[in-house]
Write a protein that binds this ligand. Structure first.
Ligand code: DQA
Length: 147
């Protein structure tokens, strides 16, 4: 199984930005944690992070040509604004799980909208960085059952 983990704007600042919301683990810690988890499960995983909406669209489209089986995405603030990311996920038709480190549903009103959610098989919020591992599990389950 080939997975792609995409992180949007400011997630490269994990460990620095608002630790009360996002914890103390750094972006490098996050990648190591996901990589170790995927190694244990013999999953081929690639990572991408960008602060730029169009670059995120390009990377999602590239996943189509790379024949990626599943995408884990934390679109950061673009969750709440980006129809382009929604359309990109719909375009490639790759099973995708939306992840948020913080519990977005208990935060500001503007975080209550997620455009990308409509194209995702599942959403995980408020589980810290473990949410990414749960997303990997969701995709494995989905891909093995074909549901
Ligand atoms: C986030 C939540 C978003 O509202 C925010 O803009 C982020 C991170 C999260 O992981 O909790 O950048 O996606």
């Amino acid at each position: 199984m080939k997975l792609l983990v995409i992180n949007g704007p400011n997630l490269n600042f994990l460990g620095i930005r608002e630790p009360a919301h996002y914890g103390k683990e750094t972006y490098a810690d996050l990648l190591e944690k996901i990589q170790n988890y995927c190694d244990e499960k013999h999953i081929d995983v690639a990572f991408y992070q960008s602060n730029h909406e169009g670059d995120l669209v390009d990377r999602i489209q590239q996943a189509y040509f790379d024949q990626v089986d599943g995408i884990v995405i934390n679109p950061g603030a673009y969750t709440h604004t980006s129809v382009a990311l929604l359309d990109a996920v719909k375009s490639v038709q790759i099973p995708t799980v939306e992840v948020h480190i913080s519990k977005v549903e208990t935060r500001e009103d503007f975080r209550q909208v997620s455009y990308i959610r409509a194209a995702c098989i599942s959403t995980i919020t408020g589980m810290g960085t473990d949410g990414y591992l749960l997303a990997v599990d969701k995709l494995m389950e989905h891909l093995s059952h074909g549901d």
